[in-house]
Write a protein that binds this ligand. Structure first.
Ligand SMILES: *Cc1c(COP(=O)(O)O)cnc(C)c1O
Length: 411
């Protein structure tokens, strides 16, 4: 993420930096400290005392009893690859949709790994086209489609999609395809129900809702997906499920695992469960609404096209046409020591993103809005000073939405 736009910010500056990118997110002090432990013997008989509870904790977060969760030392992208290479064969037809950089990259990976993706393109700002999926699946009476892919939370556009709806589309025509879900920026922050939604392969990563450094990929795998992996001829080695199953039984790994990160994960799971998962989701919803109230009070709009798609973990803010969002981001970083997410691919220059997931609260979000207000004004946007902060403050205080006066004026 640190590109040329961030040059010049090398001098030390007092005070804390403000990280509002949608990953890596802020790592709580308890998690950072928990990782400061000596190296340990990853083949010791008691190693499972550290790791086995992590699998149980992750299953709770994924909301699966029937399935299992693997932990791969990789970023989330590795879990994308593990999911595909363990369960699908080259030449398999898969149904995907593209509406942002992450859904785009997953489709690209599917192609690179030899699948035949049928990609439905929808405007960036929309979500998974559930009705198109339903029609496509119903027409596929010979069951040539082996898997359906859905990006639960498209981090590039701030769009959350209806995974239960995708499951319903599969069930409506009794389609046996596997359901793949990218939950990298949702699982742990937005409600995710692996078993209830019949998700076969659910992908997450450590550096978003799990409030950890990058380096661990989590993959929820249903019994059906595990069975598919036994008969699958796609080549894989590092990501082989069977090796994981064998070694994980006693809490071991097929290769050297990052034990420090495991200690961090233990602490992060403790934080999530101490707050309570449902309370974590409610907090993300409340904070996200505060950020949205602030954006609307500026007279700006979100990239997400409809309220049903608003993401509770990231908001992609459309800047006025005569403003360059890259300038907003550059100014935020250089003058106000605040990092916002950039506009990816076709959104470059048009949006900046506010990540509001993980270890944050009301005042963190007010800081993000205050910094964004100054950066927007410095970059030439005519937003009223304090308007976004005030709207969010009132939402946080009262739980009442402010009337949306300005946003429609732009249309
Ligand atoms: C961050 C992200 C990824 C990629 O994860 P990495 O850990 O960077 O490999 C994939 N999908 C979504 C939705 C993401 O937000």
């Amino acid at each position: 993420m640190t590109t040329a736009t961030h040059r010049g910010a090398t001098r030390p500056k007092p005070g804390m930096t403000h990280l509002f990118i949608p990953g890596p997110t802020n790592v709580p002090e308890a998690v950072r400290l928990a990782m400061n432990v000596p190296m340990q013997d990853m083949r010791a008989a008691d190693f499972g005392e550290l790791t086995l509870p992590l699998f149980d904790g992750l299953k709770r977060v994924f909301k699966t009893d029937a399935g299992r969760v693997f932990i791969f030392p990789s970023s989330g992208t590795g879990a994308w690859e593990a999911a595909i290479t363990n369960t699908l064969n080259p030449g398999d037809k898969v149904l995907m949709s593209r509406f942002g950089q992450f859904s785009h990259l997953w489709a690209e990976m599917a192609g690179r790994l030899g699948l035949r993706p049928e990609v439905i393109d929808v405007p960036w700002g929309a979500g998974v086209p559930v009705e198109d999926y339903a029609a496509t699946l119903a027409a596929d009476t010979r069951h040539e489609i082996k898997a359906v892919f859905a990006t639960h939370n498209e981090t590039a556009t701030g769009v959350a999609s209806d995974i239960a709806g995708v499951r319903a589309a599969l069930d409506a025509c009794d389609h046996p395809a596997l359901l793949f879900v990218d939950g990298v920026s949702s699982i742990g922050s937005i409600d995710f129900r692996m078993d209830e939604w019949g998700v076969d392969l659910a992908v997450a990563g450590s550096q978003k809702g799990f409030m950890m450094p990058a380096g661990l990929a989590f993959l929820g795998v249903s019994a059906k997906a595990l069975a598919a992996s036994a008969g699958c001829t796609q080549r894989r080695a590092y990501f082989e499920f069977a090796d994981m199953v064998r070694m994980n039984a006693d809490g071991f790994f097929p290769y050297t695992p990052p034990t420090q990160l495991f200690h961090g994960l233990k602490a992060a799971l403790e934080l999530l469960f101490a707050e309570g998962l449902e309370a974590v989701f409610a907090r993300h919803a409340r904070l996200a609404e505060g950020v949205r109230q602030g954006v609307f009070a500026w007279g700006l709009d979100l990239c997400a096209l409809e309220p049903r798609w608003y993401s509770d973990t990231v908001s992609a803010v459309l800047v006025p046409e005569d403003v360059d969002a890259r300038e907003v981001i550059r100014i935020g970083y250089e003058r106000y020591r605040t990092s916002f997410g950039s506009g990816l691919s076709q959104l470059a220059g048009h949006v900046f993103r506010i990540g509001h997931l993980g270890d944050l609260n009301e005042v963190s979000c007010l800081a993000a809005l205050a910094s964004a207000e100054m950066s927007l004004r410095d970059a030439g946007a005519a937003v009223e000073p304090g308007a976004g902060v005030a709207a969010a403050q009132e939402w946080f205080r009262t739980g009442e939405r402010q009337p949306r006066l300005h946003a429609v004026a732009a249309e």
